[in-house]
Design a protein around this ligand. Structure first.
Ligand SMILES: Nc1ccn([C@@H]2O[C@H](COP(=O)(O)OP(=O)(O)OP(=O)(O)O)[C@@H](O)[C@H]2O)c(=O)n1
Ligand SMILES: O=P(O)(O)OC[C@@H](O)[C@@H](O)[C@@H](O)CO
Length: 281
């Protein structure tokens, strides 16, 4: 209820259809865990469920979750158990680009009425759970106007090029570069063209990691880049799981007190504050 009221307060609305593709077909090898990180539980709920919840806003019509074939049953259970609405599950591919391509294709499938075809597609890694509606709105609006839009963040480390022998070849001037993050947004036509098999090469599908590059390379669409908040980071290594757990726990510690009147609420809040050491009551 709190989220819904926030959304109403924010008054965010969009006058064109928007759908989402969440690539979630990876194995999370870099965490060193058996369970793919998008399905790792936090407070009894898989990480992907927190990400899907971020997209459960009134102006998003469909959320396509792209998972490995062997995880489709698990994903359907998660959707049912956590009451996620407007979610479509499609099988992923052997690489992130292939998974995203499958997700985009699902939005245009014949069996979906043309009226449901989106004007804008937001693409967001399923393992980036901390994305807010305001930023999604910025990306969707910019994508509608420019054809493509993407989140960026300042680089923390300097980027260097190495020689084949493992020595420094040269370093890039860090101030001139940014880290490309998610979410990204594209008009449906641009992202479809970008992944057109007649253009997008096998090397793109196999080794590429940047959808904005495909839009520029194959559609001549120069994405609008938008500075994103630090919360857009991607869960990649085991340490990121611990960080995500700590953030989710802190976000979940808020409580809503319903009492008979202000005096009773203040008194109860004082008692709870003393009992749990909660600071923001
Ligand atoms: N074949 C793939 C590979 C990745 N992804 C998704 O793309 C997002 C970002 O990719 P990454 O962080 O690299 O996830 P993994 O590939 O699972 O991680 P790793 O490289 O450590 O195995 C993740 O949500 C991941 O599930 C996908 O949909 N299909
Ligand atoms: O390479 P990975 O699959 O770990 O992560 C994908 C990232 O490259 C991607 O999310 C952003 O850089 C934006 O394109």
């Amino acid at each position: 209820e709190a989220r819904k009221s926030d959304h109403l307060k924010a008054g965010l609305c969009v006058d064109f259809p928007v759908s989402v593709v969440l690539p979630a077909g990876g194995t999370g090898e870099r965490t060193g865990l058996q369970t793919p990180k998008q399905f790792c539980p936090f407070l009894g709920r898989p990480l992907i469920s927190y990400t899907i919840e971020s997209f459960e806003v009134s102006w998003i019509q469909t959320v396509v979750v792209v998972v490995a074939k062997e995880n489709i049953g698990l994903m359907m259970d998660i959707i049912q158990r956590f009451l996620h609405k407007k979610v479509l599950v499609v099988p992923g591919g052997s690489t992130r680009h292939r998974s995203i391509c499958n997700g985009v294709a699902a939005l245009g499938e014949q069996r979906r009425p043309a009226a449901h075809k989106p004007k804008v597609v937001i693409i967001h890694d399923a393992v980036r759970p901390f994305v807010d509606e305001d930023f999604l709105h910025k990306i969707a609006t910019a994508a509608k106007e420019q054809g493509a839009a993407g989140a960026i963040r300042p680089l923390v480390s300097t980027v260097i090029a190495t020689t084949s022998e493992g020595y420094l070849d040269h370093s890039l001037e860090r101030a001139k570069y940014r880290a490309s993050e998610m979410p990204q947004g594209f008009t449906y036509d641009v992202i479809c063209e970008a992944y057109q098999k007649l253009q997008c090469t096998e090397s793109d599908f196999e080794f590429g990691t940047e959808c904005l590059h495909l839009a520029l390379q194959y559609c001549g669409t120069n994405a609008k880049l938008i500075d994103g908040p630090p919360t857009l980071w991607k869960v990649t290594y085991k340490r990121d799981l611990a960080a995500a757990e700590s953030i989710i726990k802190s976000l979940s510690q808020s409580a809503c007190l319903i009492t008979g009147g202000l005096e009773a609420a203040v008194s109860l809040a004082n008692v709870l504050q003393k009992a749990f050491g909660a600071l923001d009551m």
